[in-house]
Design a protein around this ligand. Sequence first.
Ligand code: CA
Length: 227
Amino acid sequence: MKLLIVEDEIRTGDYLAQGLGEAGFATELQRDGRDGLHAALTGDHDLIILDVMLPGLDGWQILSTLRQAGRDVPVLFLTARDQVGDRVKGLELGADDYLVKPFAFAELLARVRTLLRRGNSSKDNETLLTAADLEMDLIRRRVSRAGQRIDLTAKEFLLLELLLRRQGEVLPRSLIASQVWDMNFDSDTNVIEVAVRRLRTKVDDPFEPRLIRTVRGMGYVLEAPEN
Ligand code: CA
C-alpha cells in the first residue's frame, strides 16, 4: 500500500516517512503544497497524510481540489491547530480523520490502518492476499503460512505483496526493482536475487509446496500449484 505524505516540516516529514516505511508501507514525501497536489492527482495512493499549513497551497486547498476532481482517496489531516472551527472546516471539505500535533506515532499508525481498512472495504476487498496456505493481511501487516506467523522486513513484505497481487505472472527483475525499490538497478546487480532468496527461506523452505519459482532469464513468479 502506498501513502502520500505532504508535510513541510523537515523533521516531521522524515519521521513519518521513516516510521511508516518501517511499518511496511511504501511512502512518497512531498514538502510543498503544489507538489503535494500534483502527486495526489497523478499518483495512485491508498491514503494521504496532509499537513494543513504548507507553502504553495495549504492543506484545505489541496483537499478541496482533490474532492472536486472526484478523488475519494482517504485523507488524514495533521494540524497544529486544534480549534473546533478547523476540524469542522476539514470535515466539510471531505477529510476522513484528524490528528493534532504533536502526536504519538502509534496513534498515527492506528488511524492510518483504520482508514485503510475503511477505504478498502468500500472499494475492493484486497486486504487479504492468499496463495495456497500462505496469507498476507495488508491491514495488520501480517504474513502467515499454514497458520504460522512469518516475520518479514519491509522490503520483503513489499516484494511478497507484489508477487501475490500478480500471482501466476512472471515478473521481470526490472519491474520488481521499480515497484519494490522504487529505482532502476543495473542488470548485473544481485539485490533482487538476494531478496528473493531470503524471502524463500522464510516463506517456502519450511513448507510445502514451493510457491515462488525462478523463471530463468525472465524473472520470478509466485504460483500455487493446482492441487
Ligand atoms: Ca506545516
